[in-house]
Design a protein around this ligand. Structure first.
Ligand SMILES: [Cu+2]
Length: 157
């Protein structure tokens, strides 16, 4: 009887390390394939730039990107009010500010491509390729925010 018990224990002890090794192998394989996937994915995908939205500012407030480079901005709103991000030069920012003020929301359909609104605690992405070198702007056009300086100066090199 005692022998059977011992054998049984030994058997279980033998299996456990084998299982542990298998788990380690699987975990390693999963990590490996994740890395490979990310590397492969980034081949033709955009560079991701993290930008924080606070009340009331973008952080960082200045960015440098390369001309022709597709950039995906990931905006994380850590403030308590919604913020948005609209890409365009100073003239476009002024136009956008006026449109938003003139008829709130009426032109939203036209603006989706280069603008995103991010609710508090949320993250929103905006992908843009900057074709020309120079400077441009990402501005927030929630009422009063752009006036208060909620914008990012983007240098395209
Ligand atoms: Cu804002």
């Amino acid at each position: 009887m005692a022998a059977t018990k011992t054998d049984h224990h030994r058997f279980r002890h033998l299996r456990s390390p084998a299982l542990a090794a298998l788990v380690v192998l699987l975990a390693g394989a999963a990590c490996g394939s994740d890395d490979t996937g990310a590397a492969t994915g980034s081949g033709g995908a955009s560079r991701v730039v993290e930008v924080e939205m606070v009340d009331i500012a973008f952080e960082p407030a200045t960015l440098t990107v390369a001309a022709g480079e597709e950039v995906t901005f990931r905006f994380t709103n850590t403030g308590v009010v919604p913020h948005d991000a609209f890409v365009g030069d100073e003239d476009a920012q002024a136009d956008h500010e006026q449109e938003v003020g003139d008829d709130a929301g009426m032109h939203h359909g036209d603006e989706e491509e280069d603008a995103v609104t991010v609710a508090p605690g949320k993250t929103g992405t905006l992908t843009h390729t900057f074709d020309e070198t120079g400077t441009t702007v990402i501005g927030c056009h929630q009422p009063g925010h752009y006036e208060d300086g909620m914008s990012v100066d983007v240098t395209v090199t």
